[in-house]
Design a protein around this ligand. Structure first.
Ligand SMILES: *Cc1c(COP(=O)(O)O)cnc(C)c1O
Length: 650
């Protein structure tokens, strides 16, 4: 029996459905167009029964199918039966298109290995429709219901409890005796699990951590990746184009980030130059993994320099201990300012040690700024090898360690003089380089002017690039250092066949051997957006952040951090603040998040609690989100209940 799950707050929907043909109301959560096109096929019928589930406080609405039986396609029937309201809200409210049968007029579905019932993943017409939603006038359909327009940032506590209670093996200790039938499994995943996931992809106002969202092109390509299940570890140009796609995507991204040039602005972009400069490049699982690669390369390089002859075996061969003894090095250290926590983790993993990550902050007011005099003093210490880790985007403030090309040059000179390695953690911050030439972005872009002087760079994919988890990138000038660390030796069965291959086998330049085809969503996102698309995407996050920062600066209830007096063009896409009232500040994160229309994460600043808003989703709608965010902050300050319906009614 098909059913529709509903949150406790949705008693309304029960009333609306009871005794009526539910189809129209049901599809209202979607869009009128879809109803027109597919309505008859998805005729749902009447609400026959409503029962309260005692444990969760949920309502389970039983709906009699009207014409499902007439559907010929198994997916159609499944979807008609199992789309719950939450599913539409949290999973697909912005760009769900019901699966269509592959059209026989279109040729590419003819591969024998491709299942015709693929839910539209390999169907060109269905795929195209998904992509259209990015370039349409706006994904925000003002005629859609308030709930559809405002997918919750968080599930309800009831949904979380219900989902946990529903999980096998607790809820079904006998689950292993026999496989679940498809309908039951799908109902469980869509009805129990999905409603208990965060709305970080669905909502434009999920501002916790730095999460990004998923561009439609990237989401579709990610489904293609799962469908085709490539193992991208060995370069096998006679068998798969996957490694070439990886290499192309990395070159294109280097172009977008202007890694080849001295500035992120105005220059003729030359991806070929970038490719020649950043010969070592690979996909990772994220910025943490890229930081591991960065420190591993740095460790290899700084000890190589002290070991003398460039052909002498390095750390990868000898091990850190033996290499240090041979080179007369008593300590390897990482010098940084406001380094991301993952930098310490990376230091532990590569054998440097968390205690050897040293914070050289320029002062309490701007802790993200690197103190260059202290840096030189540390580099000069005898018997110590150093890696300089430049924070390009501090997670609390969005601040940059270095201010412009003069500082970058000085760090480069120091690194060369003392045999150090410069690794840049640009996880999200490096995306300031894609901003346009306007004065409003000049200061921001100047911070990164000189990043091309680094030896290695971390870039995150699942943040500002808005591709799905998990995805990161790593670039280094030195392909040979990368290979000397990550070479996977003596496995004849993993040889690429061509030793002179222009594209190295990924297993020799990164952590994993077997790897996901992470490049495809990046490749698709870059092609779909072009440079202007990403320029707009990042600019939107900056614009919204600055509007909110301006509001906070002028508000009697809140205090803009770290420096309310700083010009607003210093604001990137993270806004830090606290409530002036200490009691409110104590519970501010909870008060904001319980609205389920805006999600923030907490942090500490100057020894007190603070709140960060990190704007990173492609769905940002500057005007509308500003209105909602400020209304929420006003309501929280006034201890009033926030009602999103009232905003939409305005
Ligand atoms: C997010 C982030 C990381 C960690 O990245 P993951 O993708 O979560 O592994 C590292 N450094 C910075 C600056 C970050 O913002």
């Amino acid at each position: 029996m098909p059913f529709l799950d509903e949150h406790p707050g949705g008693a309304k929907i029960l009333k609306r459905f009871a005794g009526k043909n539910a189809t129209k109301a049901f599809w209202k959560y979607h869009s009128e167009n879809v109803l027109k096109r597919h309505g008859p096929k998805y005729e749902i019928g009447e609400v026959a029964e409503a029962a309260k589930l005692p444990q969760s406080g949920y309502c389970r609405v039983m709906i009699e199918p009207a014409s499902c039986a007439s559907s010929q396609h198994p997916h159609d029937e499944l979807n008609a039966n199992l789309f719950t309201k939450q599913h539409l809200e949290s999973l697909d409210s912005t760009h769900h298109i019901p699966p269509r049968r592959p059209s026989s007029a279109l040729p590419i579905v003819s591969q024998p290995t491709m299942d015709a019932h693929d839910g539209g993943i390999l169907d060109p017409a269905a795929a195209e429709k998904r992509l259209l939603l990015r370039h349409a006038d706006g994904y925000d359909d003002a005629s859609a219901s308030t709930t559809a327009r405002n997918p919750p940032t968080l599930p309800t506590q009831a949904a979380l409890r219900a989902a946990e209670a529903s999980l096998a093996p607790r809820a079904d200790p006998g689950w292993h005796a026999r496989g679940w039938e498809g309908r039951r499994l799908v109902a469980h995943i869509l009805g129990d699990v999905v409603p208990a996931l965060t709305g970080q992809a669905a909502s434009s106002r999920y501002y916790g951590f730095v999460t990004g969202g998923v561009l439609p092109a990237a989401e579709w390509a990610d489904n293609v990746v799962s469908r085709c299940d490539q193992n991208v570890q060995v370069h096998l140009p006679g068998q798969t184009v996957a490694t070439a796609v990886e290499d192309a995507a990395l070159a294109m991204l280097a172009g977008l980030l202007r890694l080849e040039s001295g500035s992120g602005s105005g220059n003729e972009v030359d991806e070929m130059t970038a490719t020649a400069t950043w010969r070592g490049r690979t996909f990772t699982t994220g910025a943490t993994a890229s930081n591991v690669l960065g420190l591993a390369c740095g460790r290899e390089a700084v000890l190589q320099k002290r070991l003398g002859a460039s052909d002498s075996p390095g750390v990868g061969e000898l091990g850190l201990l033996a290499a240090c003894l041979r080179a007369g090095v008593s300590e390897v250290q990482v010098l940084t300012s406001a380094g991301h926590s993952s930098l310490s983790k990376a230091a532990s993993i590569v054998g440097i040690g968390r205690a050897c990550v040293k914070e050289l902050r320029r002062g309490a007011g701007q802790p993200w700024r690197l103190d260059l005099d202290a840096l030189e003093a540390e580099l000069r210490r005898p018997g110590v090898a150093s890696i300089i880790a430049v924070s390009a985007g501090d997670v609390n403030t969005g601040g940059f360690a270095l201010d412009g090309v003069d500082e970058w040059r000085r760090v480069r000179e120091l690194a060369d003089k003392y045999g150090s390695w410069i690794h840049v953690d640009g996880a999200f911050g490096i995306f300031a380089r894609v901003l346009g030439d306007g004065d409003e972005y000049a200061w921001l872009k100047k911070q990164l002017d000189g990043i091309e002087l680094a030896d290695s760079i971390t870039v995150d994919g699942h943040k500002m690039l808005n591709v799905p988890y998990d995805c990161g990138m790593f670039y280094t000038r030195s392909a040979s250092i990368l290979q000397s660390v990550f070479t996977n030796p003596n496995a004849a069965y993993l040889a690429s066949g061509s030793s002179a291959a222009s594209i190295p086998s990924p297993l020799n330049i990164g952590l994993e051997n077997s790897r996901r085809f992470r490049a495809l969503p990046v490749y698709a996102a870059l092609l779909s957006e072009g440079y202007p698309g990403f320029e707009r995407l990042v600019a939107n996050t900056v614009q919204l952040s600055r509007r909110v920062a301006g509001y906070l600066r002028d508000s009697p209830h809140y205090e803009l951090l770290p420096d309310a007096g700083a010009p607003l063009d210093r604001v990137f896409m993270i806004v830090l603040f606290r409530a002036r009232d200490a009691a409110l500040n104590d519970v501010l994160v909870e008060r904001i998040n319980e609205t389920r229309q805006m999600y923030v994460s907490g942090t500490a600043w100057g020894g007190q609690k603070a709140v960060r808003i990190a704007v990173s989703n492609w769905k940002v709608d500057v005007e509308r989100d500003f209105k909602v965010v400020t209304a929420i902050l006003e309501a929280v300050a006034a201890a009033e209940t926030f009602d999103i319906e009232r905003i939409d009614a305005q």
